[in-house]
Design a protein around this ligand. Structure first.
Ligand code: PRP
Ligand code: ZN
Length: 232
């Protein structure tokens, strides 16, 4: 069964392929985990700890953890925040818990505007159409700044929206800035600084998992501390 409450093994949800994948697996390996990849390559079975890693779409990670299908998840603050707003909207009171932020996956959620569009601050967003895959974070930002603008929800490739005439500007993750540049846009304003974070299920850890959960969380903390001290 996949229900974590009956399964004595700890399940961690990790991004299947993307900016967090390698760093996430590396963190777990630093914690001492050795694993073998399942036949379908979507589950990594821990060989020396009762810990398995599920490789899934990053957008699915908060939901898997909130529903207690996975005990832990490693995912970006951008996705955590979008899902948090969505769950609150739905009146859901049982959220996932954020254990700690991690030392990788740094990027930012910013407005990207076409080079031809004048931009002199939040006011410039008034009346505009903003394409994004983060509709709730953007709507929340606009609400808090009392700006009337239209949020156009995309499920990917938002950077093409302005040239398609579907939006005036975008709000998307920026890391190197290469994607914006390639589409003749500039980063105008950051609304969220993001990085990877560790989240856990809101359901109390069942006793048969408690010992290893505690050990694993301590090891993660230890790895982060060692790395931090190396860079000071
Ligand atoms: C983000 C964003 C851009 C790119 C920006 O996508 O949507 O496509 O990264 O990075 P850059 O500034 O270095 O060019 P991501 O790789 O996170 O994939 P996803 O949004 O499809 O999950
Ligand atoms: Zn994604």
């Amino acid at each position: 069964t996949m229900s974590s409450n009956q399964d004595p093994r700890i399940k961690i949800a990790v991004q299947k392929s993307g900016r967090l994948t390698e760093h996430s697996m590396e963190l777990l390996v630093r914690c001492g985990l050795s694993y073998s990849r399942g036949r379908d390559r979507l589950i990594c079975y821990g060989e020396n700890m009762p810990v398995d890693v599920l490789l899934v779409r990053d957008d699915d990670i908060p939901g898997l953890v909130q529903e207690d299908i996975c005990d832990l998840g490693i995912v970006g603050l951008n996705i955590i925040e979008e899902r948090r707003l969505e769950l609150l909207e739905r009146g859901e009171t049982r959220l996932f818990e954020q254990v700690s932020t991690l030392d990788f996956g740094q990027c930012r959620l910013s407005f990207g505007v076409p080079e031809s569009m004048p931009f002199s601050g939040p006011e410039s967003l008034r009346g505009k159409r903003i394409a994004t895959t983060y509709p709730r974070i953007v709507a929340d930002y606009l609400r808090r700044n009392e700006i009337d603008a239209k949020v156009v929800e995309f499920s990917g490739a938002v950077e093409i929206a302005p040239s398609l005439g579907k939006a005036d500007l975008i709000c998307d993750l920026v890391s190197s800035g290469a994607t914006l540049r390639a589409h003749q846009m500039t980063e105008a304003l950051t609304i969220l600084e993001s990085r990877a974070a560790l989240i856990r299920s809101p359901v109390p850890v069942p006793p048969e998992k408690a010992q290893w959960m505690k050990r694993l969380l301590l090891r993660i903390e230890g790895v982060l501390q060692v790395r931090e001290s190396k860079y000071i």
